[in-house]
Design a protein around this ligand. Structure first.
Ligand code: NAD
Length: 508
């Protein structure tokens, strides 16, 4: 039997020069005032992918002031939705015209396969188009039943200046789940990408500029959580923060925002269970489980990192998942055959390996993998497809986010037990159920504590279907019409018709 499928590197397709990333503030490209820079080295190939201006308080303050001034001027917030949508649609067209250029840099900064990066960049154009459609259909309510002399109208207004802080695992996709929706609502933004994957966000700035966005509406500051992200979370001139990243940083941001009570929307981690009942279409389930755990090397908030399998089928099902795992192509992200690329950093790979070793020490067994992966021709950081069996609900690997290509297998006997194991995590992002029985599927879907429940599929997503987490997976929702609502304030206009109001002041 094949041990594993590994795609060696031919070292072809690398760019000749690193991308030079600068801040985009008030419509102008600029370096940091202190001249500081930072580099991102490709985790797969070890080459410098980008050299970037490293933001300080100076650039962050300037970007926030620019966004505030642009918002208050009405240059974007008070123009028609038709005019806003036109710019968003132009950005979408420009994204599509630049897919290849963006996908290469995204692949090298994240370590993800080139075919996947290409899909994410081109798919993001659709998010911009969908947001444009929402801009034009946003409306409030009218109340014509409050009495002959009163008309009530509820209007929706942009919330104001929004800080957008994004992670490294889906840099362009996650940015596009936030930014066009905030813009469609009429907000102005300050954006900070992860220090590990800054380039496609800076490159989007070029497209936004080309599309004719007024200066100051979108501002991009490159740099680290300290001081850039931190100031974006606490600054008095910011009205809202939308953040995707770890639960730990999400809590820090929430605390920083509390000083000014700004609105906070958080998309955080997950420990997403898939429950497989004995009557399921097991071949489809095994394929989806394999996809769910290895997609993006498991560095995915939606990773299907634990399965809960009915005892009667657990052994055969796990054997099939292991068989399929051996066929998944791990290796050089630049090769179009590769399905799983490199881990984001050596430190992160170490953390993933630590979870596996701790589970084994606690009595679990490694059914496949469990170690670093050598990819011929590359010195980068790769981890083997890994299946850990005999996992019990008390182990860290069963409850905490591993964020690597590591599947934990647990078993159950009854629906109640399956639900209790599935909900036994502080997270509540997504969950899945596999059964041919509609009653089983519906019962699980209603009792699972998760923002999304998939039945007989995994990780299907659409711009129309809103996304977000329960419990410590976050607060607020993205995409879908709820995704736009997050960026809107609601205001009631109460209007009296005629002079019918009885005087309050009476002369005694
Ligand atoms: P992270 O929390 O380390 O960093 C995310 C962003 O926050 C980066 O831009 C970082 O520079 C910034 N940051 C760091 N400290 C900050 C601070 N004190 N104040 C403000 N900003 C700060 O997360 P990561 O490692 O980049 O991404 C991985 C995490 O993201 C995982 O936990 C994953 O589950 C989560 N994630 C969630 C979703 C979702 O939609 N729920 C999607 C993707 C990733």
């Amino acid at each position: 039997m094949t041990a594993m499928t590994v795609i060696p590197s031919t070292q072809t397709g690398l760019p000749t020069e690193p991308y030079v990333g600068r801040h985009f503030i008030n419509g102008k490209w600029q370096d940091s005032a202190d001249g500081e820079t930072f580099e991102r080295v490709a985790p797969s190939h070890g080459v410098v992918v980008s050299r970037n201006a490293k933001g300080s308080e100076v650039e962050t303050e300037a970007a926030i002031h620019a966004a505030r001034a642009a918002f208050d001027s009405g240059i974007w917030s008070r123009i028609s939705a038709k005019a806003r949508a036109a710019v968003l649609l132009k950005v979408a067209d420009l994204i599509e015209a630049n897919v290849e250029r963006f996908a290469l840099i995204e692949t090298l900064e994240t370590g993800k396969p080139i075919t996947q990066a290409t899909g994410e960049i081109s798919g993001a154009a659709d998010l911009w188009r969908y947001a444009a459609s929402l801009a034009r259909t946003t409306k409030g309510d009218s109340h014509n039943t409050l009495g002959e002399d009163i008309l009530g109208v509820v209007v929706k207004e942009p919330i104001g200046v929004v800080s957008v802080i994004t992670p490294w695992n889906f840099p362009f996709w996650i940015l596009s789940q936030k930014l066009p929706f905030a813009l469609a609502a009429g907000c102005t933004c300050v954006v900070k990408p992860s220090e590990m994957t800054p380039s496609t966000t800076a490159m989007l700035g070029e497209l936004i500029d080309e599309a004719g966005m007024p200066p100051g509406v979108v501002n991009i500051v490159l740099g680290y959580g300290q001081p850039v992200g931190s100031l974006m979370s606490s600054h008095r001139e910011v009205d809202m923060i939308t953040f995707t990243g770890s639960t730990a940083v999400g809590k820090t941001i929430s605390a920083a925002a509390s000083g000014t009570l700004k609105k906070v929307a958080l998309e955080l981690g997950g420990k997403n269970p898939q429950v497989i009942f004995a009557d399921a279409d097991l071949e489809s389930a095994a394929d989806a489980v394999t996809f769910g755990v290895y997609f993006n090397a498991g560095e995915c908030c939606n990773s299907g990192s634990r399965i809960i399998v009915h005892e009667d089928i657990a052994e055969a099902f796990t054997a099939r998942v292991i068989e399929l795992s051996r066929l998944v192509a791990f290796g050089d992200p630049l090769d179009p055959r590769t399905q799983v690329g490199a881990m984001v950093t050596p430190q992160h790979q170490e953390k993933v390996d630590g979870y596996v070793k701790a589970a084994v020490a606690a009595g679990a067994k490694v059914g496949l993998g469990g170690d670093r992966l050598k990819v011929p021709g590359l010195k980068g950081d790769f981890y083997q497809p890994t299946v850990v069996t005999g996992v019990t609900p008390d182990m860290a690997i069963a409850r905490e986010e591993v964020f690597g290509p590591v599947l934990s297998v647990l078993t159950f006997r009854t629906m109640d037990e399956a639900i209790s194991i599935a909900n036994n995590a502080s997270y509540g992002l997504s969950a899945g159920v596999w059964s041919e029985n509609v009653h089983t599927v519906l019962e699980f879907s209603r009792r699972a504590q998760a923002g999304t429940v998939w039945s007989n599929t995994w990780m299907d997503g659409f711009p129309e279907l809103t996304f977000g987490g329960m419990k410590e997976s976050g607060q607020g929702r993205e995409i879908g019409s709820y995704g736009l609502e997050e960026f809107l304030e609601v205001k009631s206009l109460v209007m009296r018709i005629g002079r019918t109001r009885a005087p309050w002041v009476k002369a005694l």
